[in-house]
Design a protein around this ligand. Sequence first.
Ligand code: G1P
Length: 290
Amino acid sequence: MAARVRKAVFPVAGLGTRFLPATKAMPKEMLTVVDRPLIQHVVDEARSAGIEHFVFVTGRNKSIIEDHFDQQPELEGVLAARGKTAELEGLKKDLPEAGRASFVRQQEPLGLGHAVWCARDIIGNEPFALLLPDVLVQTPGKGCLAQMLDVYEQRGGNILAVEPMPEDQLKNYGVVAVGQGDGKTFPITGMVEKPKPGTEPSNLTILGRYILQPEIFALLAAQEKGAGGEIQLTDSMLALMKTQAFYALEYEGRAFDCGSKAGFLAANIAFALARPGLRDQVIAEIKKLV
Ligand code: G1P
């Protein structure tokens, strides 16, 4: 039986230059989609998949993320005194259990592979999930990571969620090559980070949700810089493919690239439309605009 996935890593050290000036003093992961910060949405996805320990790889000027996942006694006192029980319960429900959130700093922006490597001591020798908070996934039922864990329980190994993309966008992503599939799951036979146009092995991009085995850390430690002069996780995964199986899952749902303005705004509309108490008002407002 495949070892259980208990821990998830969230790389939150990026500078967020695409959202300046919003991200001048505030981390991009705290930008809100409806009324929850991006990072909270992604933590929700991990928690609903059964993840127990949340590892945040942070950087300078990101301490507000740590505060967000802590108690706020003053605020909680005011909510209690005013009888705002629903708000109070909501805040409590969002908190990781005491001792189950860890924060480690990536001291230099050396790339995603380096950020993941920074979590090695906290993860130890067990499989883990990795969720990039730039990507929000809206699903009709189980969340994206929960769908991946279903595949993992059957097959073990390493699992990547993938998404078909138009050809002109493939250069912005990691792209996988796959073999003969079974339903929505395919064995991965190759992968490349930010392929040059014309060299893409398929149209399936790496979405930003991973289940990885701990052997990735030794490879990351030795990983040379790749695309964009950064230490790339994709390059170390390619090396790990020599000894371990990797599977691609075409998950059920829709992803929003919240690292882009259009994707972030689309996520806000989509998540607002999915809120029962908000849907009709949002539709009415959109009708007035278009
Ligand atoms: C990272 C990964 C890439 C993946 C992408 C998904 O790239 O390196 O393989 O496709 O996230 O968003 P980045 O967006 O950091 O350039």
